[in-house]
Design a protein around this ligand. Structure first.
Ligand code: FES
Length: 121
């Protein structure tokens, strides 16, 4: 199980990402909250480079007890990346499409060997 080299551990800090090329396409590798997550860089919508999009906290609607809208806030627990083509959002920890949770990006295992990070594809 050789895998594809991604980066040195010290070079991929929390919040960073790398796009690695394989013979079958690209994979986005994210360092997030102490873990590593890897997904096919191919949006479920129209095949755009989803893993290259902006990262942002989940936006939460704030509702009063009577369900009236009070505004919005950023989640402290969930981060998304947004496909740059048409805005589909994905949970960085699961690859699930936020707008349609039945769909998700293909995921890959990420392993640490010594100081080197590899993705298994
Ligand atoms: S291709 Fe990603 S949102 Fe359309």
């Amino acid at each position: 199980m050789p895998g594809i080299f991604v980066a040195k551990h010290a070079a991929l800090k929390d919040g960073d990402r790398r796009i690695v090329k394989t013979t079958r396409g690209e994979i986005g590798v994210f360092a997030h909250s102490g873990g590593f997550y890897a997904y096919e860089n191919k949006c479920v919508h129209s095949g755009g480079p989803a893993c290259e999009g902006v990262m942002m906290p989940k936006v939460i609607d704030i509702l009063a007890e009577d369900k009236t809208y009070q505004g919005q806030a950023f989640s402290e627990d969930e981060t998304h990346f947004v496909c740059p083509w048409h805005g589909y959002e994905y949970n960085v920890k699961t690859g699930v499409c936020v707008g349609d949770p039945r769909r998700k990006l293909k995921s890959y295992e990420v392993v640490l060997r010594g100081d080197d990070i590899f993705v298994i594809a």
